[in-house]
Design a protein around this ligand. Structure first.
Ligand code: NAI
Length: 269
C-alpha cells in the first residue's frame, strides 16, 4: 500500500486481536512495527503466547520489530514507551491507538473505579499516546498519521457498558478535535469503528454457536468481522491513498451502524 513501506509504526495493545492483525498487516506492507503489549497477571500466559506469534509473523516480513511493554493508562508508561521507540528508531510515522477494554455491569451498580479504568485506558490512554506522537511529528517537522481504533459504540449506545460507550464517544471527538487542530501541519487523525469482530474481547460469544448466531442475526451483512478486515482499513488510513482524509471514523461493521431494525419498513406500513 502506497506510503507505508519503510515507515515506523507503533501499535498499542498489539499482542492480540485487532492490534495483532494491524501489526502484522503493517509489516506485510513493509513498515517497521513497534508492538506495545500490556501484561496483567490474569492473562500473562495467554498474552505471552499471542505476543510471540505476532512478533514471529512481523519478523517473517523482514522488517524491524520492537516489543514495548506499557500500560497506556499510565503517563509514566506511555512516556517510557515513546522514549524507547524514539531512542531505537529516531523517528515515528504512525500511531495506532488500539488498546481497549470493556467492563460489563448495570450502570446503577457500576463501581466508579471500574468506569474510570475503562476511560483511562480507552480514551485518556489514546490521548496521552497521541500527544506524544504529535509532539514528535511537530518537533521533526514531518508528516504523521494517527488512527484511533474506536467502535460502533462510538455512536450506538450499549446498556451495561456505559464506561465503554462513553470512552468511545469521547474517542470520536478526540479524533475530530486533534484532526482539526493539526490539519494545517501535515498530521492526519482518523478512526476506525469496528463492528462485532472475532477477537478475544468477544470470547463470551465467539465459541458459543447459539450466542454467535444471535449476534450475527443483528448484522446486516450476516457475519461477524475479521480482525484482518479492521487492519486493512487502518493501513489505508495511514497510507498515501487516504492523503486527503482527516477527522473521519470509518465504520467497518457489515452495516451495523445502519439501524438494522429498519431493514423492513415497519415504521410506516
Ligand atoms: P483484545 O482484548 O484482543 O485486545 C485488546 C488489547 O488491548 C489487548 O492486547 C490488551 O492487552 C490491550 N490492553 C488492554 N488494556 C491495556 C492497557 N492498559 N495498556 C496497553 N494495552 C492494553 O480485543 P480487540 O477486539 O482486539 O480490541 C482491540 C480494540 O478494538 C479495542 O479498542 C476495542 O474496543 C476495539 N473494538 C473491538 C471490537 C470487537 O468486536 N472485537 C468492536 C469494536 C471495537
Amino acid at each position: 500500500m502506497k506510503g507505508i513501506q519503510g515507515k515506523n509504526v507503533l501499535v498499542t495493545g498489539g499482542s492480540s486481536g485487532i492490534g495483532q492483525q494491524i501489526a502484522i498487516k503493517f509489516a506485510e506492507y513493509g513498515a517497521n512495527v513497534a508492538i506495545n503489549y500490556y501484561r496483567n497477571r490474569e492473562e500473562a500466559e495467554e498474552t505471552e503466547e499471542a505476543l510471540q506469534v505476532c512478533r514471529q509473523k512481523v519478523q517473517q516480513q523482514g522488517v524491524d520489530d520492537l516489543l514495548v511493554q506499557a500500560d497506556v493508562s499510565k503517563k509514566a508508561d506511555v512516556d517510557r514507551m515513546f522514549d524507547t521507540v524514539l531512542e531505537a528508531w529516531g523517528r515515528l510515522d504512525f500511531l495506532i491507538n488500539n488498546a481497549g477494554i470493556q467492563i460489563a455491569a448495570d450502570s446503577h451498580e457500576l463501581d466508579v473505579e471500574k468506569f474510570t479504568r475503562v476511560i483511562s485506558t480507552n480514551t485518556i490512554g489514546a490521548f496521552m499516546c497521541a500527544q506524544r506522537a504529535i509532539q514528535h511529528f511537530l518537533a521533526e517537522d514531518k508528516p504523521g498519521a494517527i488512527v484511533n481504533v474506536s467502535s460502533v459504540h462510538q455512536v450506538i449506545p450499549k446498556p451495561r457498558f456505559v464506561g465503554y460507550t462513553v470512552s468511545k464517544g469521547g474517542m470520536q471527538n478526540l479524533t475530530r478535535t486533534l484532526a482539526l487542530e493539526y490539519a494545517g501541519r501535515n498530521i492526519r487523525v482518523n478512526g476506525i469503528g469496528p463492528g462485532a469482530t472475532i477477537t478475544p474481547i468477544n470470547r463470551a460469544w465467539i465459541d458459543d454457536p447459539e450466542k454467535r448466531e444471535m449476534v450475527v442475526s443483528h448484522i446486516p451483512m450476516g457475519r461477524a468481522g475479521e480482525a484482518e478486515e479492521m487492519a486493512e482499513v487502518t493501513a489505508f488510513l495511514c497510507s498515501d491513498l487516504s492523503a486527503y482524509i482527516t477527522g473521519q471514523t470509518i465504520f467497518v461493521d457489515g452495516g451495523l451502524t445502519l439501524y438494522p431494525d429498519f431493514r423492513t419498513a415497519w415504521s410506516s406500513e
